[in-house]
Design a protein around this ligand. Structure first.
Ligand SMILES: Nc1ncnc2c1ncn2[C@@H]1O[C@H](COP(=O)(O)OP(=O)(O)OP(=O)(O)O)[C@@H](O)[C@H]1O
Length: 252
């Protein structure tokens, strides 16, 4: 039968999302529909509500409207990360105890293990392969807490890759990375979408790397944010908008 699939079963379907904090609504009636795996750069001024969107999607703050991920109503899923629906890289994640990098990365395999069962040599091999992909295999035996901010960021990305979720929420994954590693991370994200068929929402201020990404941009500083296909012209238009006094003036 040639029936169109229900919108509720698309990769990501956000309808009439309203979210913010007491006295301050930051996201007003956001609508977003991704029928298949895609990369979405979430951009906008500091404080426009990018991280707030992720807080809503990860259940950290209440929201109005509906969010479906791979056909599941997120409000009904108690622990979306535990089911592999989504994985989240917050802007800052601290680790308060010494731990070897590969031990932290292998934890990305948590869904494949019962409570307290130990990781297998195959899990560690996957962890090392993930570290290699982000260019950080040389850090495998180092203490994570002693790494630089940029090195730590690469390690988190390796751990995230092992989580093998359908939807990745990345909050400024190239923050603190030098130009070489920024480029490398965007190449990696492109592979996650085109080869592993993941959907990525990536908050970033790194407009320079976006024009060559296949996907969309969502500018939350726009009065009515919509998905626009990424191209050099679109990135340039969004840059000009963000640099304008008009765009700052329109922030509520
Ligand atoms: N718990 C909170 N209570 C009240 N206001 C908050 C709270 N958390 C964040 N805010 C405010 O909400 C606004 C949006 O914050 P958010 O972290 O979503 O911004 P952002 O777009 O991710 O910015 P940046 O690019 O600087 O990371 C900011 O003005 C922030 O001060």
């Amino acid at each position: 039968m040639n029936q169109a699939p229900s919108t509720k079963h698309q990769t990501l379907h956000i309808e009439n999302l309203v979210a913010g904090y007491e006295q301050r609504v930051l996201l007003r009636n956001l609508f977003l529909c991704l029928p298949g795996p895609a990369f979405v750069a979430v951009i906008g001024h500091n404080g426009c509500g990018k991280t707030t969107l992720f807080r809503a999607l990860t259940g950290q703050i209440p929201y109005q409207g509906t969010v479906h991920v791979a056909g599941h109503d997120l409000r009904q899923v108690r622990r979306p990360a535990a089911t592999g629906l989504l994985a989240h890289l917050p802007q800052r994640s601290a680790v308060g105890f010494p731990i070897e990098v590969r031990e932290l990365v292998v934890m990305g395999r948590f869904r494949h293990h019962r409570f307290l069962s130990s990781y297998t040599p195959q899990d560690y091999a996957l962890a090392e392969a993930a570290l290699q992909r982000v260019g950080a295999l040389h850090l495998a035996r180092r203490d994570f807490t002693q790494l630089s901010g940029g090195e730590q960021q690469l390690v988190w990305l390796a751990q995230l890759a092992l989580q093998d979720a359908g939807l990745y929420l990345l909050d400024e994954p190239t923050q603190q990375l030098d130009v070489y590693y920024r480029r490398r991370v965007f190449d990696l994200l492109r592979e996650w979408v085109t080869q592993a068929h993941k959907t990525i929402l990536c908050i970033t201020h790194d407009l320079d790397n976006l024009a060559v990404m296949p996907g969309y941009v969502l500018n939350l500083s726009r009065p009515q944010p919509t998905l626009q296909p990424l191209s050099a012209a679109v990135v340039q238009a969004e840059r000009e908008f963000l640099e304008s006094e008009e765009s700052i003036g329109s922030m509520g």
